[in-house]
Write a protein that binds this ligand. Structure first.
Ligand code: NAD
Ligand code: UD1
Length: 350
């Protein structure tokens, strides 16, 4: 069976780590990315780590002509679709940009895939589609709702994929709902490199530790949780990358054994199943790195939920995958990346 995979958004944080895992698993990859939130330097470093030059095409998923050229000159098994914009606050300020990039871009990609008869897709969804969860841990049948344009764009794509699967049973569509990805490759060569001041907790902590930011604001200490701070399911990006390999292998296997009916549109959580509070993460980071993280408690952040963690049993049952790396390893690897690369990839558009 074919083993060539198109990786949209493969130069980004999760995509770059997944490229390494896919290569190690024997997949032949082509990265397609417009570098709107990443750099050629990330591609260069992934190439160094895998010991060969990665195939990279600079292009936009909204560009059907360019995508057509890519599909006509490669015989793909399928697509892993990471490309998307991901800032909640930016999405509130620029909803049209988010719907255009994340929703219209995905429609264009799906249209080109259909034109070339490539109907295997693994899509980057998010635990954000669960909104404020009614029950914990959150399983895949939990109700979905979102409160911001970024989340709506992920939910909209999920609905589109569901409808597509109903309309034509030759599609095999897996939506991986990530919980809170953190950490970095153990080499310290690649990692998360946010533009501007980070919105997310772990990159904020690591930038305080490296001296780029003065103090962490902890958004709320009056939640009904063990220590009053929010609880999340942090998952190491290396485990997440392996989850993509497992999803692709599953998809391939179901085709081989002629059980595609089990896929159609298949949502799967990628989380550890464990909740960690904001304060616990800060304390573990300090223990592991020896770096004190000055912090202050401030008001809750609008749109935040108290607790969010996955039921990880569907991924284990279907994909034979489960997260292995601990919070300690997440902190260690984040710090290894941040301390070796205080300015990330430095120049975003080398
Ligand atoms: P990232 O920004 O590092 O990577 C996304 C990549 O997509 C970037 O390299 C960017 O340049 C590229 N891209 C964006 N729009 C594009 C377009 N129109 N055409 C081509 N390339 C485009 O983000 P990430 O953290 O690696 O996230 C990957 C995916 O996972 C995203 O879809 C994101 O929404 C989703 N996700 C991320 C998280 C998280 O916490 N990081 C959580 C849940 C879901
Ligand atoms: C956020 C987004 C979510 C998105 C995900 C990945 C919101 C409301 N949710 O999830 O849609 O899919 O990022 O990009 O923005 N915290 C602090 N101080 C900080 C930063 C965060 O106390 O400086 C706290 C938050 O209140 C939360 C926890 O840390 O309790 C995790 O926050 P974050 O890393 O931003 O992730 P989520 O809010 O879970």
């Amino acid at each position: 069976m074919k083993n060539k995979i198109l990786v949209t958004g493969g130069a980004g944080y999760i995509g770059s780590h997944t490229c390494i895992a896919l290569h190690e698993a024997g997949y032949d990859i082509v990265v397609y990315d417009n570098l709107s939130n990443s750099s050629r330097e990330a591609i260069r470093r992934v190439s160094n780590l895998i010991g060969e030059s990665i195939k990279f095409i600079e292009g936009d998923i909204r560009d059907d002509e360019m995508l057509g050229q890519v599909f006509s000159s490669n015989d793909f098994f399928g697509v892993i679709h990471f490309a998307g914009l991901k800032s909640v606050s930016e999405s509130v300020a620029e909803p049209l940009l988010y719907y255009d990039n994340n929703v219209s871009g995905t429609i264009t990609l799906l249209e080109v895939m259909a034109e070339y008869g490539i109907k295997n897709l693994v899509f980057s969804s998010s635990a954000t589609v669960y909104g404020d969860p009614e029950t914990l841990p959150i399983d895949e049948s939990s109700p979905r709702s979102c409160t911001n344009p970024y989340g709506q764009s992920k939910l909209a794509v999920e609905y589109i994929l569901e409808d597509l699967a109903v309309s034509d049973n030759s599609w095999n569509l897996i939506a991986l709902r990530y919980f809170n990805p953190v950490g970095a490759h153990s080499s310290g060569q690649i990692g998360e490199d946010p533009n501007d001041i980070p919105n997310n907790l772990m990159p904020y902590i690591s930038q305080v530790a490296v001296g780029k930011l003065e103090k962490l604001s902890i958004f709320g200490n009056d939640y009904r949780t063990i220590d009053g701070t929010g609880i999340r399911d942090f998952i190491h990006v290396i485990d997440l990358a392996q989850g993509h390999v497992a999803a692709l292998n599953y998809l391939k296997n179901q085709i081989i054994i002629n059980k595609r009916d089990s896929i159609r549109f298949l949502p799967i959580n990628l989380g550890t199943g464990n909740g960690t509070s904001v304060l616990e993460l800060v304390n573990t980071f300090t223990e592991v790195t020896g770096k004190a993280i000055p912090y202050q408690f401030t008001d809750r952040r609008k749109g935040d939920v108290a607790s969010c963690y996955a039921s990880a049993s569907k991924a284990k049952f279907l994909l034979g995958w489960e997260a292995k790396l601990s919070i300690t390893e997440m902190c260690q690897d984040t710090w290894n990346w941040q301390s070796n690369n205080p300015n990330g990839y430095s120049v975003k558009d080398i």
